[in-house]
Design a protein around this ligand. Sequence first.
Ligand code: NAD
Length: 255
Amino acid sequence: MRLKNKIALITGASSGIGCAAAKLFAKEGAKIVVCARREEQLEALVSEIRRDGCEATMFAGDVSDEQVAATLVEKAVEQYGGLDIAFNNAGIIGAQKPLVDITLEEWRQTLEINLTAGFLAAKYQVPAMRQRKNASLIFTSSFVGHTIGFPGYGDYAASKSGILGLVKVLAAELGPEGVRVNALLPGGTDTPMNVANASDAGPEVLDFVNGIHALKRIADPEEIAQAALFLASDESSFVTGTSMLVDGGVSISKG
Ligand code: NAD
């Protein structure tokens, strides 16, 4: 029970990494507030967590909406009495086009969801987390834009590396108050977002994606959730301001 008596907020919980983290954090004793846009998936997740005898509640909404950011924190405080952990994980893959072909509207949408939502999350989460001991704020970034510049991911890379700057400043601002702030940088992960799972992706796409990782495979979402658990728990009590790669060696592999 590495998160016993902790209250955790997890966004992007309707599938993939966020869903795996919600189940894992609940199993480790946290009371959970989950958010994503799809209500049905969240309901199924909350039912599953409760069936296992753990506590969870949900709020369906768009994380780039300021009111949603505020409501999520209110929910954690009103329902469970505070906020110890926030895993700001919701994200989109972006336009997937050469930079010059990305429209301003597409650029803004990616930045809104992947970066501005992180600012809004912090803006509302930090005041509640300041009241707690050993609070942990985690943002999901990516190796894309940090260690690798994949063609076709300009908007995504800009948004995800923007998160790294946000994390460093927040960590410096909040360190004196004992709030830790870290970024988690997954490698390719077997979720609906991964290009290998796109409806038009042939087996050669999965071979390529597997092949660029030193481990010659992509991660299960549960493996990324385990790293989020480390950052959420007091086991990482001296870790703050870091960009933690959990990437199967994609950043150091040359094939
Ligand atoms: P996913 O598509 O399974 O999950 C994304 C989640 O975010 C879903 O629950 C989705 O509903 C939610 N979401 C998207 N936009 C939202 C919005 N505006 N408001 C609320 N919720 C929203 O994919 P995933 O791989 O689990 O993605 C989780 C995070 O991991 C993302 O930030 C992604 O960029 C990052 N990431 C993924 C990979 C990968 O290969 N899958 C690699 C590196 C980083």
